[in-house]
Design a protein around this ligand. Structure first.
Ligand code: F6R
Length: 260
């Protein structure tokens, strides 16, 4: 794992945007795995800015979102469809047919999940999977005790996750109980996994995921198996890590050719 600690979320998100830009520019048909939530908002803002000011071209970009709530239509303001179009897709030149987000209203959920996996494969696999982390250590909606080899499927959300997402729905009782999510096995097949975490409330989950044992109780810890997992943190999210000085030393001495 490569752990990069930046003073704040702005600088961390700028660095993330530079890495995503590099992938978009290097590949003929870049395939991005994308999260929603508060964490990637700044990254999406920087990508939109790069599109507007530097002409970053999204016309060849293919995207797959990590998850979607079951039972929400794409125009529901709390749906991840709505979120993605609002914060990124409507502001760049992406082709709508290249956007993939699980369908929370699919009539045959199992078939839909299988099809989603197939579509990722046909696209050539994910060049990068961008991730946030829940306070319980989840990535995607792979809640504690999810199989570490799981594929795209339906998961029941924990009470903690439903509480934390209540603000998007007005009240906790409006938060769906189920979501479709890529599995841990799906995520681990991405060529690069880039996990972002900001703020003190993520510090414990981050310490467990990076320096704790690999366990399905903290599904982000499965990233320890990934050959190219990059963890981009602000200082607060890094505050419970034991090897902070080492991570900073490694980053300062990174060979020029490895930088982005
Ligand atoms: C969202 C997702 C979740 C979030 C996580 C953190 O698509 O997959 O794993 O990344 O719940 O959410 P925020 O960023 O709102 O703290």
């Amino acid at each position: 794992m490569e752990v990069i600690i930046q003073p704040d979320s702005e600088q961390a998100s700028q660095l993330a945007a530079r890495l995503v830009k590099k992938i978009i520019m290097e590949k003929d048909r870049p395939v991005l795995g994308l999260p929603t939530g508060n964490t990637p908002l700044l990254l999406y803002r920087y990508l939109v800015e790069m599109h507007r000011k530097e002409g970053l071209n999204f016309s060849r970009v293919v995207t797959f979102n990590l998850d979607e709530y079951v039972g929400l239509s794409p125009d529901h303001p709390a749906s991840f469809h709505y979120f993605m179009w609002k914060h990124l897709f409507s502001q760049v030149n992406i082709r709508p047919e290249n956007v993939h987000i699980p369908d929370g209203l699919a009539s045959d959920m199992e078939a839909h999940c299988r099809q989603y996996e197939e579509e990722i494969k046909v696209a050539g696999g994910l060049d990068i999977q961008i991730l946030g982390i829940g306070t319980d250590g989840h990535i995607g909606f792979n809640e504690p005790t999810s199989s570490l080899s799981s594929r795209t499927r339906i998961k029941t959300l924990t009470e903690q996750t439903r509480k934390e997402n209540a603000t998007f729905f007005g009240a906790e009782e409006n938060v769906p109980y189920h979501a479709i999510t890529m599995g841990i096995g799906t995520i681990l097949e991405a060529k690069i996994c880039l996990l972002l975490a900001f703020g003190k409330k993520k510090a414990r989950a981050i310490a467990q995921a990076i320096e704790g044992p690999v366990t399905s109780m903290v599904t982000a810890s499965a990233l320890q198996f990934h050959p190219r997992a990059i963890i981009l943190l602000d200082e607060e999210a890094a505050s419970e890590l034991r090897l902070v000085n080492y991570y900073q030393w490694v980053y300062e001495h990174k060979p020029e050719w490895q930088k982005f």
